[in-house]
Design a protein. Structure first.
Ligand code: HEM
Length: 370
């Protein structure tokens, strides 16, 4: 980072001495941006910028030169403010994501784990990494990869997800430049595709934060014991519609609940490692009763008593607006797959600004003016 800034300052100097007017305007525009990045570096850079400002008073401008200089200044600022803030960002463009996909796919199966696959757990990882987003203050979301740090790693809602993160560790180390934030989301996409689900559009660009300081407050992920109002509160906060909510929760065709994680127990479908619309069909067609046990309130299918539904799952058929989509998706698996892919893509991109190469949520305005 330091070397990078230094090179830019050198280049700027060349421009300043060959084009007096350019140096003036560049100094004026770029000052805040660069000095904020160089603040912790040497005083020499501060001095160079002071000189650029000093030149301002001596310059005599012409329209043409000013335009050239202004463009040059803005281009320079954009370039400088895009300077990679760590090694990861500097190399991320070199990552071969097709190879990363293959590596993730290769570690899904494990006969000693759950139903024989890490797939469902990886889907939950990508969802919980992203589902913290709030469009009200633009905090949370998958950018930053903060779940690997406290406090997010310790949240009750994230219990068990350390197993998913550990599983992915070898992939992270195999590809220099890959960020955890990209890896957690790409793993969910690959898992869905490998389990027979739709292709989901995914692109890299998330950065890793160095600690958990930017994690949003706990309590942003849904509480399975609650009903329709709570589900809407949580997902509207992320910017989803009722239709998107139902499509997303259809991911419960995959995986199961664990007493040592959420306290609930059992799978939603008979084929928990296959992506399908079975969750919706079973919700509608089976008879569900409250399970008698010592655990939290959950439902079991009357026929086999082997499947389960959470109170939040039942809310999807109790609420008339949600139910409409459950009926539609139970009938039409292709529409479900298509809608799920679109909603899941949206989920994984919440709070990530792909326009900036550093994924740091900086607007064009803030990149120019600091
Ligand atoms: C109303 C919203 C939701 C609630 C209340 C909810 C709740 C839960 C709970 C309690 C578990 C069990 C965790 C465990 O004990 O291991 C779980 C698992 C799971 N959830 Fe959700 N969830 C919701 C939405 C979603 C969404 C939007 C997705 C993905 C798009 C998703 C994907 C999964 C998957 C794949 C599992 C299985 C994980 C495994 O097998 O280890 N869930 N969910």
């Amino acid at each position: 980072m330091y070397i990078y800034v230094k090179i830019q300052v050198k280049t700027l100097f060349k421009i300043m001495f060959s084009r007096p007017l350019s140096r003036v305007l560049i100094g004026g525009f770029a000052r805040r941006s660069l000095t904020s990045q160089a603040r912790n570096n040497s005083g020499r850079q501060q001095y160079q910028w002071s000189r650029a400002r000093w030149n301002f008073g001596r310059a005599k401008s012409t329209g043409v030169a000013a335009t050239v200089a202004l463009s040059g200044g803005i281009a320079f600022v954009l370039h400088a403010s895009n300077a990679p803030s760590d090694k990861k960002l500097a190399t991320s463009s070199k990552v071969d994501y097709n190879e990363v996909r293959k590596s993730i796919a290769a570690l899904l199966d494990d006969n000693n784990f759950d139903d024989g696959s890490y797939g469902p757990l990886l889907v939950r990882l990508g969802w919980h990494a992203s589902g913290t987003y709030s469009h009200i203050d633009s905090t949370g979301g998958s950018n930053g990869g903060c779940m690997r740090f406290q406090p997010e790693s310790d949240w009750g809602a994230n219990k068990g997800l350390h197993l998913a993160r550990q599983r992915l560790e070898s992939v992270y180390h195999k590809y220099p430049g890959l960020t955890y934030a990209d890896l957690y989301t790409l793993a969910a996409v690959v898992a869905i595709e490998e389990m027979g689900g739709p292709k989901i559009k995914w692109r890299p660009g998330r950065c890793d934060h160095p600690d958990g300081k930017k994690s949003p407050p706990d309590g942003r992920l849904p509480d399975a014991a609650q009903g329709a109002q709570h589900i809407r509160d949580i997902f509207y906060r992320m910017g989803f519609t009722d239709q998107e909510i139902v499509a997303l929760v259809g991911a419960h065709s995959l995986g199961r609940c664990h007493t040592d994680r959420s306290g609930f127990e059992g799978p939603w479908t008979f084929a928990p490692t296959t992506f399908s619309n079975e969750y919706f069909r079973l919700l509608l067609e089976e008879k569900w009763q409250i399970r008698r046990w010592k655990g939290p309130k959950q439902y079991e299918d009357v026929k086999t008593k082997t499947l389960m539904m959470l109170p939040a799952d039942m809310a999807l058929i109790e609420d008339p607006e949600f139910r409409k989509y459950v009926v539609q998706y139970a009938k039409d698996g292709d529409t479900f797959a298509k809608d799920f892919a679109a909603a899941f893509e949206k989920l994984l991109e919440l709070g990530v600004d792909f326009k900036t190469t550093d994924g740091n949520n900086k607007s064009l305005w803030s990149r120019i003016f600091g």
